[in-house]
Design a protein around this ligand. Structure first.
Ligand SMILES: O=P(O)(O)O[C@@H]1[C@@H](OP(=O)(O)O)[C@H](OP(=O)(O)O)[C@H](O)[C@H](OP(=O)(O)O)[C@H]1OP(=O)(O)O
Ligand SMILES: Nc1ncnc2c1ncn2[C@@H]1O[C@H](COP(=O)(O)OP(=O)(O)O)[C@@H](O)[C@H]1O
Ligand SMILES: [Mg+2]
Length: 357
């Protein structure tokens, strides 16, 4: 008689759905991740957002970057709203599905004002590591007087960077550095104003993949005169300033700048990640850190959902490890739950017998 030996849970074949935009898929090393998954008895499947998830499933893990669809739905785009409804229904019908990262965690990171507010609340946890988030204010008016008042209330100083509230997607990277009151005419509300921090044109991208992190140096905006100055508003696209290959007048460190050490020690990066991961509830994130060249304090200026991890060695191995770890934890959880369930039935049965003796 042929008996099929049930694979022990940890050896069972698992299906991992990867759902990212076409733009991101073009840059994504799908084949490398698929290979890393195969080596861990995981099958990586590309999810087609235009087809039914039920037909493409079942999945044990859904790895996604749905920020564009989430933001579109939030802004009233009917197709994105329908898509998000489909996603929510699928998640509700798949209680054991591991979502990487959970939608509530991702929602916290699609609006810069929400993200900076969250980081501001974390300030006490960071104080001893000299980590902070620069002063920021929500600007909702074009009236210069109202803007000045909003800046003053939140201690935002000139120069400041004006960023869209929306943190991801095509138009989210158009920014401006405003140097004086005349420049307030360039504020396009609603936007977030964040005090500019001189940091010797060095950006540290702290890339987090579950429990592993990598710090990658990138070019960044050069130093500017502190306080109000005669400089004209500087418009720029962040995707042209802080990519590995970015190089322009904007990113050339000024000669003779006060060269306070612009490094980000690894242990500081670890302290940062230890503090923010539990609060964010996300595990595939990029944190942009710059070091104030006057004080050496570390400023958190940006958090990204599922970034490109450009420059991170063995990204696919780290991601496949993280997925395996989550599956193992889930299997133990359900194993324990089943065991508790069985024990509860056994106990109830025992009490029932006891009651009849
Ligand atoms: O352009 P990539 O691939 O390097 O990744 C972008 C990230 O760059 P990074 O890897 O951090 O240098 C980029 O991070 P920054 O905004 O540059 O800090 C964004 O996360 C971007 O996502 P979106 O287009 O804003 O939804 C990311 O774009 P997607 O890969 O999500 O399309
Ligand atoms: N508060 C700041 N002080 C100094 N430079 C900043 C500040 N905020 C942003 N920048 C510069 O602008 C770039 C893009 O800012 P960021 O908030 O990371 O936008 P994005 O989300 O588009 O990456 C940074 O990499 C850095 O060079
Ligand atoms: Mg950034």
């Amino acid at each position: 008689m042929h008996t099929t030996m049930e694979h022990p849970k940890q050896l069972q074949h698992r299906r991992i759905g990867l759902w990212i935009s076409k733009k991101k898929m073009k840059k994504f090393a799908f084949g490398v991740l698929a290979e890393a998954c195969r080596n861990r008895r995981l099958e990586l499947v590309e999810v087609d957002g235009s087809c039914s998830l039920w037909r493409q499933g079942p999945f044990d893990v859904l790895v996604h970057k749905l920020t564009d669809v989430m933001i579109g739905a939030q802004q009233g785009n009917p197709e994105d709203q329908t898509m998000m409804q489909h996603v929510e229904e699928f998640l509700q019908s798949s209680p054991h599905l591991i979502v990487l990262d959970p939608l509530p965690a991702v929602w916290k990171l699609v609006d810069r004002y929400d993200t900076y507010t969250l980081l501001e609340k974390l300030q006490p946890h960071f104080a001893d590591s000299l980590i902070y988030t620069p002063s920021f204010a929500l600007l909702e008016s074009t009236d210069p007087q109202k803007i000045l008042e909003a800046l003053k209330v939140k201690n935002v100083t000139f120069p400041f960077v004006c960023k869209t509230r929306v943190a991801h997607g095509l138009n989210s990277h158009e920014m401006a550095v405003i140097f004086n009151r005349v420049g307030l005419k360039d504020v396009s509300p609603p936007c977030v104003a964040q005090s500019f921090v001189n940091h010797n044109a060095t950006l540290h991208k702290v890339y987090i993949i579950g429990d592993s992190l990598s710090v990658v140096q990138r070019p960044s905006l050069r130093n500017f005169p502190s306080g109000e100055s005669e400089m004209e508003t500087l418009f720029f696209c962040s995707q042209e300033v802080s990519k590995a290959e970015s190089s322009s007048e904007l990113t050339k460190p000024l000669h003779g700048t006060h060269q306070m050490d612009s490094e980000l020690p690894n242990e500081v990066a670890h302290q940062l990640v230890t503090a923010i991961r539990p609060v964010l509830g996300a595990s595939l994130i990029g944190v942009d850190v710059i070091v104030d060249n006057g004080t050496g304090h570390r400023a958190l200026i940006d958090i990204n959902v599922f970034p490109g991890y450009d420059g991170v060695a063995d990204f696919s191995e780290h991601l496949a490890d993280h997925i395996s770890k989550l599956l193992e934890e889930k299997s133990q959880e359900t194993g324990e739950a089943a065991l508790n369930g069985t024990n509860a039935v056994r106990l109830a049965h025992h009490h029932k017998i006891e009651a009849t003796v």
